[in-house]
Design a protein around this ligand. Structure first.
Ligand code: MN
Length: 741
């Protein structure tokens, strides 16, 4: 039971509301405060008596979301009101019409974009994807929908601790899969970073704590280093009358973790744990010159790495990011990244899109390109949405892969600039010009040289597309194009063509059946499908239409059909049916797979991508054809599985294990010496009595790298083994590896 004190709570509500008004004050115009008050009262009324999972009054949440919108994104009155009301339509009796009547069409539209699609999709495969797509549809009309959604998501992540574990995992995965990249794309670095850290905190709590502790332990050393590093720069900048701040920015826990993972190194080997940031006060017209002047001062003291100079002031990133980056060699032999920018650029870097409006009146020639970059991106999202009628999951995937890409700048023959995602091919360029040009593209001339369709474009390329009326889109094209626009267009074109083939195939099948004097009932079609291994009727027609199935073969389905009457056992398809089956099999109601105990009643196997062993944090995933697979929560595939197929994720935990052996991989690195392999294998097989399945050793100019697959009982057992191996003379590194590489 939750004990509440209404008086204390009401005081807290008023405090939160006043704080919101206080922070919003600089943006408010006449009458705005009154409207905000009205929204607050409406929301209070609507959420009356409702509580969050944590036991707090519900109204805390919309007030906090509005606060994030003001403080951390820099949004104004319309957004504050929308944030206060954002859950009203979804969770209470209020209808969108009520909002429109009370607050006007603009706010109603935003709230509608924030309200989830309900009913039909609730338990389908693509509920999240459909909702996301809907949100994006509104984004192309009003970007504030996404910004408020990001604020909403951030507050939900901040208060994730009161939710049950499976919900935590689902929400956290969805956040890292879509919302963090989206925040990144809109230039909201602070929010993106916090989302990533919170993701890690919930998905891999131990890892998170470990890195956080190590970073904290390192802090005094780091601070001392930074102090020494910046001292001469500071002195010189002051001597030259700059107004400035210098900060040593620690890397986020998530990015340290990411580096450890992608480069397969321990914490101690991540060297760039921080960057130095110099923030200048400068008049708008002198910004660029001032930044380069500071660059010159920095590189007078420290040698720069010529490959690591990034000038995002002359050409800002299309999410609005402006900054000058260089990496220089410190006196202790450590590379240090130095970021140079003005306070205006810094605010935009932290708060992103919305911060631009604050500088809207600034007469700057760069600003135009920044805004058009964002407009262009939003335009591209709009295009994607308009063209795309493929299913929502596919759409979200395409969209997401586009979020991560940095851009490449290329030119038309007339010198017009086109911005495409990095890795874009000549064919992407063709589709970017026009879908007809793309559909008939046979190749291109890049900088006057003839290149194939799949040629990757580079910055500054000038591209001329060559077409032929005889050209037709092919399935192959999908394998190399990068942009969603090209992808969805090609899919559309192929689909149209497929329809023609299907119609032809259908005609053939019907004709054959008529010759055989068989009525074309659904049952008959099912039998033919089963015989030819086609999943749908259309697939069958398609295969016949394009000749994959010889039409003379069609009548043979009868012969085999008799032999095929094997009983089909009911299969588990998702978490819901799993629960039912489990409850039936065990006689008690439960929703968690107990690994070990349930061995006899439920079929499950261990995923090969991450080889879980007892002690690992795990979940079950219901696959389409291979039953339940158990994955580690830290599996490289986990994020995708949980965010895209949340309804197929089931809770799982280890129970008392009989001595069963699990396959795990260990990687060893060391200096090569005679007898080292013998020492390693002796420890493994004699001392610890562990069975090896495979061992592969590479040596290269004195460096020894071994990969061993072996059977262990659990994480403790594995840890013990790793610790023993670390002590072998000549071994420098021993780590567990996930995937079978
Ligand atoms: Mn909410």
């Amino acid at each position: 039971m939750i004990i509440t004190d209404e008086e204390v709570e009401n005081k807290e509500i008023v405090r939160k509301y006043r704080r919101l008004l206080r922070h919003a004050k600089p943006f408010l115009k006449d009458g705005d405060a009154k409207l905000i008050k009205k929204a607050f009262n409406t929301s209070m009324e609507a959420h009356k008596g409702m509580r969050r999972r944590s036991g707090e009054p519900y109204i805390y949440h919309p007030l906090e979301v509005a606060m994030i919108a003001v403080d951390e994104i820099g949004l104004g009155t319309t957004s504050i009101i929308s944030a206060i009301l954002h859950d009203v339509v979804e969770d209470t009796e209020f209808e969108i019409e009520d909002i429109e009547r009370e607050f006007g069409p603009k706010i109603a539209k935003i709230i509608d974009g924030l309200t989830k699609i309900s009913g039909v999709f609730e338990y389908g495969t693509s509920a999240q994807a459909e909702n996301f797509r809907k949100m994006l549809l509104t984004l192309s009309e009003d970007v504030r929908v996404i910004l408020i959604k990001l604020a909403d998501r951030l507050h939900n992540m901040r208060t994730l601790s009161s939710l049950p574990r499976n919900k935590q995992l689902r929400i956290a995965s969805e956040t890292i899969y879509l919302y963090a990249p989206l925040a990144h794309r809109l230039g909201l670095y602070a929010i993106k970073t916090e989302m990533e850290d919170l993701y890690l905190k919930y998905a891999e709590n131990e890892v998170y704590n470990e890195i956080e502790e190590k970073m904290a332990a390192n802090k005094p050393i780091r601070d001392r280093f930074i102090k020494r590093f910046i001292a001469p720069i500071q002195e010189e900048l002051s001597a030259q009358n700059f107004r400035f701040k210098i900060k040593g920015r620690p890397k986020s826990v998530y990015s340290v973790w990411n580096k450890m993972k992608t480069q397969n190194i321990p914490f101690e080997e991540v060297y760039d744990l921080f960057a130095v940031r110099i923030i200048l006060e400068s008049a708008p017209e002198h910004e660029k010159a001032a930044c380069w002047q500071v660059y010159s001062i920095v590189t007078d003291f420290y040698k720069p790495n010529p490959d690591r100079l990034r000038d995002w002031i002359s050409t800002p990133k299309s999410n609005g990011y402006e900054s000058l980056h260089t990496t220089v060699m410190s006196r202790t032999g450590l590379w240090v990244e130095v970021q140079i920018r003005t306070s205006r650029m810094d605010e935009i870097a932290e708060k992103g899109y919305a911060a631009h409006w604050k500088y809207k009146d600034m007469p700057s020639k760069y600003k135009a390109s920044v805004e058009s970059g964002l407009e262009e991106w939003i335009g591209r999202v709009r295009d994607m949405l308009e063209q795309n009628d493929t299913n929502a999951i596919e759409f979200v995937d395409d969209f997401r892969s586009n979020l991560f890409n940095e851009e490449v700048f290329v030119f038309t023959p007339k010198g017009d600039l086109k911005i495409l995602p990095n890795g874009a091919k000549a064919l992407d360029f063709a589709f970017d010009i026009h879908s007809e040009v793309g559909a008939h593209c046979i190749g291109a001339k890049v900088n006057q040289k003839l290149v194939p369709l799949n040629h990757t474009l580079k910055n500054g390329d000038q591209v001329e597309i060559l077409t032929s009326t005889k050209q037709k889109p092919s399935e192959d094209w999908l394998r190399f194009v990068e942009t969603s626009k090209a992808k969805s267009k090609i899919k559309d074109l192929l689909k149209t063509e497929r329809k023609v083939v299907i119609a032809q195939g259908k005609e053939i099948v019907l004709r054959k059946l008529k010759q055989m004097k068989i009525n074309p009932t659904d049952e008959v079609f099912n039998q033919i499908r089963a015989y030819f291994d086609a999943n749908t009727k259309n697939e069958l027609f398609y295969k016949v239409g394009n000749g994959d199935i010889d039409h003379k073969e069609i009548k043979r389905f009868r012969e085999v059909q008799e032999k095929r009457k094997a009983e089909i056992s009911p299969k588990v398809q998702d978490a819901q049916t799993f629960e039912k089956q489990l409850t039936k099999a065990t006689g008690v109601s439960r929703d968690m797979l107990l690994i070990g105990e349930d061995m006899d009643i439920i079929d499950y196997t261990f995923a090969k991508c991450c080889n879980p062993i007892p002690g690992d944090d795990v979940f079950g995933f219901v696959t389409v054809n291979e039953g339940i697979k158990v994955h580690r929560t830290g599996c490289p595939n986990a994020i995708e599985l949980m965010s895209r197929h949340g309804h197929r994720v089931i809770k799982a935990k280890w129970t008392s294990q009989k001595k069963v052996a699990f396959l795990a991989g260990v990687k060893l690195i060391g200096t090569d010496r005679i007898g080292i392999i013998n020492d390693v294998t002796t420890i493994i097989s004699n001392e610890l009595k562990v069975n090896m399945r495979s061992i592969s050793i590479d040596t290269d100019s004195g460096i020894f790298e071994g990969r061993i697959m072996l059977y262990v009982n659990d994480t403790i057992h594995l840890e013990l083994l790793i610790n023993k191996l670390r002590k072998v003379n000549g071994i420098v590194k021993v780590i567990r590896f996930d995937t079978k590489e």
